[in-house]
Write a protein that binds this ligand. Structure first.
Ligand SMILES: Cc1cc2nc3c(=O)[nH]c(=O)nc-3n(C[C@H](O)[C@H](O)[C@H](O)COP(=O)(O)OP(=O)(O)OC[C@H]3O[C@@H](n4cnc5c(N)ncnc54)[C@H](O)[C@@H]3O)c2cc1C
Length: 449
């Protein structure tokens, strides 16, 4: 191995996991965290691996996507997941932690590790001497974000403020929905249309107007409403606003009563397998329970399962499909990779949305950095695994790339699978594949502890 020293930027969820993994592989790690000296708009104080909002890592059951992902991370020896288990609070079927104790536990592990040096300072550039993992999160400091922005090109680092809900295709009621193109444009019928009659639409708008939203934080207020309006805001502007906006019922033909449809929610494919569709233009700040309740008023979405619900907050991420390979490395052949050390990205900045996903990508970037430096090539996880599936979503060519949580729709589906026990089959396949991969990793010179 040529170099034993590596740099990790950001001691959040992804960076802390990456640093601990790299140290366990025998690397000397310079871990940089700018807080508390330089705060972010959402974190408080200098605590490492801070959970900025909810204190939950979501479900534990193997029949839930996050349960499966956590199980995989446990098999792979995630340090942060173990720390979460040690600081868990009772919360039924989910892994929920005392956030302060969790941060303290992660900090304890990092400070106790002789080959990690924690630098409490801001990194301002990707330039540097040592191979690097960038895990600066969705609130990366402006100076570093500017450097990344300049280096990767203006279209490659997004600031966005809205996330539309994503529905599992299987849960859409096709008695009340149909495929068609959007607004009579294009040859192919790629959109799923969920139409509403006047009575349902009027009630839907009324419920949106009355619904309770999540208050924007002070730092979000200015940015949120400049670009795209949340649907509840549109509803409050007038009964017809949505009908002339995202719910425009153009080119749908006539309904069973012989009249034109009054309004429509259109869904666009979210992945190549079309197991997930997003609700076009449906960014919202409504509380999650309220979203489910209101969307279930739409006949086609009566029993819809949501892989992601809508939300709005400041979020910085790179255009991973164009920039990263499937090992999370900044493609070395790109001109923007010239003049900087080999660089991997991890965490929310890659577009992997969520706490557990941040830990998973931190683990994966560290693993691939280590195997690349030691063996000259990475050793990817099997395609059936949760992490490889998450990665496919991140690097699959996608002009409308948006952050996403891990969910069952991302796992490789085989045609012949029965609906009933699909999740169980997919889960078992993932576990078996990772078990086999771990057995074969004996050829690898370093151990996962
Ligand atoms: C307001 C908000 C609320 C969220 N709520 C949830 C939620 O409830 N549940 C959920 O699953 N996900 C949530 N997310 C999404 C995401 O899961 C979290 O942001 C998660 O913490 C991402 O992990 P990370 O390691 O990528 O980034 P972070 O955990 O944010 O870690 C990045 C670290 O890098 C440091 N840093 C930044 N720039 C520099 C620099 N130049 N030099 C040195 N250090 C630097 C930061 O101080 C920070 O400690 C939320 C995101 C935001 C912004």
């Amino acid at each position: 191995m040529e170099t034993k020293r590596v740099r990790v930027i950001g001691a959040g969820l992804a960076g802390s996991e990456a640093a601990l993994q790299l140290a366990s592989f025998g690397f000397d790690v310079d871990l940089y965290e700018m807080r508390p000296e330089k705060p972010t708009p959402a974190h408080r104080g200098g605590a490492l691996a801070q959970l900025v909002c909810s204190n939950s890592f979501k479900g534990l059951a193997l029949t839930s996507a996050h349960g499966l992902l956590k199980n995989e991370l446990n098999m792979l020896g995630s340090f942060l997941l173990k720390a979460a288990e040690r600081t868990a609070v009772p919360a039924g079927e989910s892994l929920t932690v005392n956030r302060d104790l969790f941060s303290e536990e992660v900090e304890r592990l990092i400070l106790a590790c002789p080959n990690i040096t924690l630098h409490r300072e801001e990194v301002k550039t990707l330039e540097g001497e040592f191979p690097t993992i960038v895990a600066a999160g969705p609130l990366a400091s402006d100076t570093l974000a500017d450097d990344i922005f300049k280096r990767l090109g203006s279209e490659r680092l997004h600031f966005f403020d809205a996330i539309a809900p994503v529905v599992e295709t299987e849960s859409i009621d096709f008695e009340h929905a149909f495929y068609k193109n959007r607004w009579e444009k294009g040859e192919t019928e790629d959109f799923i249309n969920c139409p509403l009659d006047k009575e349902t639409y009027d009630l839907f708008v009324q419920k949106l107007r009355e619904a309770e939203s999540i208050e924007p934080r002070p730092f979000e207020k200015h940015e949120l409403f400049e670009g795209c309006l949340p649907i509840e805001e549109m509803a409050r502007r007038g009964t017809e606003t949505l009908r002339y906006g995202p719910m425009r019922p153009v080119g749908l033909g006539i309904n069973p009563t012989g009249k034109k449809w009054h309004a429509v929610i259109q869904l666009r494919a979210e992945n190549a397998q079309k197991t997930l569709f997003n609700m076009v233009g449906f960014q919202t700040r409504l509380k999650w329970g309220t979203q489910k309740e209101i969307f279930s008023m739409v006949p086609a979405l009566k029993n819809a399962r949501f892989a992601r619900l809508g939300c709005m907050h400041r979020n910085t991420f790179i255009e991973s499909p164009k920039l990263l390979d499937e090992t999370l490395r900044l493609r070395p052949e790109l001109p923007c990779a010239n003049g900087i050390p080999p660089t991997w990205f991890a965490g929310q900045i890659t577009g992997a949305e969520g706490y557990t996903e941040a830990i998973a990508t931190g683990w994966y970037a560290a693993w691939n950095l280590a195997s690349t430096l030691i063996h000259g090539k990475p050793k990817p996880l099997p395609e059936e695994s949760c992490i490889a599936s998450l990665l496919r979503q991140l690097v699959f060519p996608n002009e409308n790339f948006q952050p996403m949580n891990f969910n069952f729709g991302l796992l490789p589906h085989k045609q012949e699978m029965k609906k009933k026990n699909k999740k169980e089959i997919l889960g078992n396949e993932a576990i078996l594949a990772v078990t086999k991969w771990l057995q074969e990793r004996e050829q690898f010179p370093y151990a996962i502890t």
